[in-house]
Design a protein. Structure first.
Length: 107
């Protein structure tokens, strides 16, 4: 019975940590870059794009296709950074837990 109480306590602690992590991620500022920082996209931890900056030199050149490609590349860069940040925070929360191999959180 004692083991069950300990397990319930750990589950509650983990739930609280998950909520804190989700809040921290929601407030995170993730920046993705492309074209040698000529395009920069900032998003929050939910993946919502908050801002985009385009170097004046790109606009003067007027090559729309290059600008579009760089925007997509910067967005992809920001998404990859967001995923890495999420995985890192999740591993911090689940460290010390003996989860079965392949079990992913949140459920």
């Amino acid at each position: 019975m004692r083991d069950m109480m300990d397990m319930m306590k750990k589950a509650k602690e983990m739930q609280e940590k998950m909520e804190q992590m989700q809040e921290a991620l929601a407030n995170a500022k993730i920046v993705g870059n492309a074209g040698g920082d000529m395009v920069e996209i900032t998003m929050n931890g939910k993946g919502d794009m908050k801002s985009i900056k385009i170097d004046d030199g790109l606009i003067k050149d007027g090559d729309v296709e290059i600008i579009e490609d760089l925007i997509l590349a910067a967005h992809l860069d920001a998404r990859k950074k967001l995923e890495a940040t999420s995985k890192e925070k999740m591993s911090d929360i689940t460290s010390g837990l003996s989860l079965p191999p392949g079990m992913k959180l949140p459920f």
